[in-house]
Ligand binder design. Structure first.
Ligand code: ADP
Length: 642
């Protein structure tokens, strides 16, 4: 039978080109990837053998062998794992089955020439395709366990591949790599041994290789004899089964990189064993950088690899980590779960729920310790992943306090790039400040000159800047900390008085002023009725004439913008228009009102629009505003040159 020729799917070819051209500085990883695939294939067969009766005669002597041929310049990685049938071969090595590839390639395009590109590709798990970095041709010979037919896949990585029927006697897969001349070093003992030791030491199955050994010559022999001996190159000891005391920091680092494809070292590590009624071992890592798969929130997240008695079960057990900690990676090995455990059982399993609670606690406690120990380093982590962590405020009510302790914010008291925690905020509160305040918005630049902050600045009350895109959503779940209410400066009827007397006298003064402004307030209400639900005087402002606020339970303007940006239908929320009775513009406007109320119309429009501009909002009717603004300017200039 002639070999069938197939074209790579466009995105596969793109990925292939990218891998070859971006990862050239890390050629070693091809071996790690191929060995990791071989080990996965053994894992999968071992698991299937537990439930599939037709596989009962298969032997479980799993192993991976590296075979070198200096004559043909080939390196073969042979496994006796599950293997692939024709369809699988076509799908697995011709397309990229993984969802999100398109998104992934898009994100790379935007980041052209970005040094982070390599990290991204690495995290994506280039897998099999990395073999093309070092080879001119790759051949895959494979036979699926329990099946008769076997196949050869072959490609030079430039556009197409062929699939052919062959007669392979044993189950499993051989990856035959024709090394390019400049990569002949991968035939050398030392080179292979050190790569396997570095990247694949913990692989559970033996990674074997024939090595030449010299036997010391005996007296009657002229030359020492050479003998070929099969050597196991890896220690096969799953790192998590060892005592934390025994494992070196470098070993953790390598294991983390192998597990996650991350190029950067992890930020924190948690390794512990629980014995007693429930028994399990956990080895968790908190990354320093946001992993690539976090960028596509809709996608399933892979975090914790679940093992049962050292047998790999699945790597996307969502039942083990809540969504808001989806950046945590690692291994959970339990002795109490059945081997044939399914996803559905996992979701309901009481024992697992307990384990999960414990894992979450460990992660949050570890982060708290790290923050305590080195705030600058923690800040780096927080900038990368704090946005995800915050999601927990809306979903994990039990740990809300702990999550809050981990938050950091810029504020009216910090320089750009400096952050405070809620604890520090509370510690710094002046004695007459009773509540915690924050302002939401899109950026520090947008909020820091907001008129809403004036009264707070005057009293030297610190206000937190909540300017992360998720802050608006989570702020609704931040109600109090250390017994102190947490309030938005954009909402409600704020009163910063420290004593009841002060509060009363402020109220009284305001209501007295209210009488003299009554007519003007009513007129403004009438003119702006479509947009505002109330016009009132307030103590909130110092140097600005007016601002817009939301009532205590209403939707703030930045929330409204956020919802709109997510294509949500949001009803228009009418807000409260607050005027500063001590501001000269408001006083003058009131005088004008008394003198000739008809002349106030334009100024009311300007006043309202100016309040919208000050909070970074969009004008309802920019044409009208700029028309009036131009007229006023003209008038003003005329009086100046008179
Ligand atoms: P990944 O391993 O990240 O899924 P790869 O490109 O390395 O991506 O491999 C694609 C698929 O090809 C694997 O998911 C697996 O189904 C199949 N595959 C690769 N190597 C082997 C192997 N040695 N034995 C069986 N299947 C394999």
């Amino acid at each position: 039978m002639a070999a069938k020729k197939h074209k790579f799917k466009t995105e596969t070819q793109k990925l292939l080109d990218l891998v070859i051209h971006s990862l050239y500085s890390h050629p070693d990883i091809f071996l790690r990837e191929i060995i990791s695939n071989a080990s996965d294939a053994c894992d999968r067969l071992r698991l299937q053998m537990l439930s599939d009766k037709s596989l009962k005669n298969e032997k479980s002597d799993f192993k991976i062998k590296i075979i070198r041929d200096e004559k043909s310049n080939t390196l073969t990685i042979s496994d006796n794992g599950l293997g692939m049938n024709e369809e699988e071969l076509l799908n697995n090595l011709g397309t990229i089955a993984r969802s999100g590839t398109k998104n992934f390639l898009e994100s790379l395009k935007q980041k052209k020439d970005n040094p982070e590109q390599i990290e991204l590709i690495g995290q994506f798990g280039v897998g099999f395709y990395s073999s093309f970095m070092v080879s001119s041709r790759v051949i895959v010979e494979t036979r699926k366990a329990g099946e008769e037919e076997s196949f050869r896949w072959e490609s030079d990585g430039s556009g197409s591949f062929t699939i052919d029927k062959i007669d392979k006697k044993t189950r499993g897969t051989d990856i035959i790599i024709h090394l390019k001349d400049e990569f002949k070093k991968y035939l050398e003992d030392y080179e292979i041994k050190s790569i396997v030791k570095k990247y694949s030491d913990y692989i559970e199955y033996p990674v074997l290789m024939d090595v030449e050994k010299y036997i010391p010559k005996k007296d009657d022999e002229k030359e020492p004899k050479k003998e070929i001996e099969e050597e196991t190159l890896n220690s096969q000891k799953a790192i998590w089964t060892r005592s934390p005391k025994e494992v070196k920091e470098d070993e953790y680092k390598e294991f983390y990189k192998q597990l996650t494809h991350d190029y950067t070292d992890h930020y924190a590590k948690i390794h512990y064993r629980v014995e007693g009624v429930t028994e399990y071992t956990a080895l968790l890592f908190i990354p320093a950088k946001a992993p690539f798969d976090l960028m596509f929130a809709a996608e399933k997240f892979k975090g914790i690899h679940l093992y049962v008695k050292r047998i790999f079960i699945m790597d996307d057990a969502e039942a083990l980590m809540p969504r808001y900690l989806r950046f945590v990676k690692g291994v959970l090995d339990s002795s109490d779960l059945p081997l044939n455990v399914s996803r559905e059982i996992l979701q309901q399993d009481k024992l697992l729920a307990k384990i999960k609670t414990n894992l979450v606690k460990k992660v949050l406690d570890t982060l708290a310790q790290k923050k305590e120990k080195d705030k600058d380093k923690y800040l780096d982590f927080f900038k990368e992943l704090g946005g995800i962590l915050k999601e927990g405020l809306a979903s994990d009510f039990e740990n809300q306090k702990k999550i809050m302790e981990l938050l950091l914010f810029e504020s009216t008291s910090t320089k750009p790039g400096e952050y405070v925690s809620l604890d520090e905020y509370v510690k710094n509160m002046p004695s007459d400040q009773k509540e915690i305040y924050y302002i939401t918005g899109e950026s520090r630049a947008e909020v820091e000159n907001s008129p809403h902050l004036e009264a707070f600045n005057k009293k030297k009350f610190e206000v937190l800047y909540l300017t992360d895109s998720i802050d608006e959503l989570i702020s609704q779940h931040m109600n109090e900390y250390e017994g102190k209410k947490i309030k938005s400066v954009l909402k409600g009827d704020l009163d910063l008085s420290s004593t009841e007397e002060e509060k009363e006298s402020n109220k009284k003064a305001l209501s007295e002023k209210q009488d003299s402004f009554k007519g003007l307030l009513e007129l403004i209400q009438k003119k702006l009725d479509e947009n505002v639900k109330e016009v009132r005087l307030s103590n909130r402002l110092v140097s600005s004439p007016a601002c817009l606020v939301t009532d205590e339970f209403g939707m703030s303007s930045s929330m409204e913008r956020l919802m709109k940006s997510m294509n949500q239908n949001v009803p228009k929320t009418k807000r409260i228009f607050e005027l500063n009775p001590d501001h000269s513009i408001i006083k003058l406007l009131n005088e004008l009102y008394v003198k000739d109320r008809k002349k106030t119309d334009d100024y009311i429009v300007l006043l309202y629009n100016q309040a919208l501009i000050a909070e970074g909002g969009k004008l309802d009717n920019p044409d009208k505003f700029s028309g009036i603004f131009s007229n006023v300017m003209e008038e003003n200039i005329k009086t100046l040159i008179k």
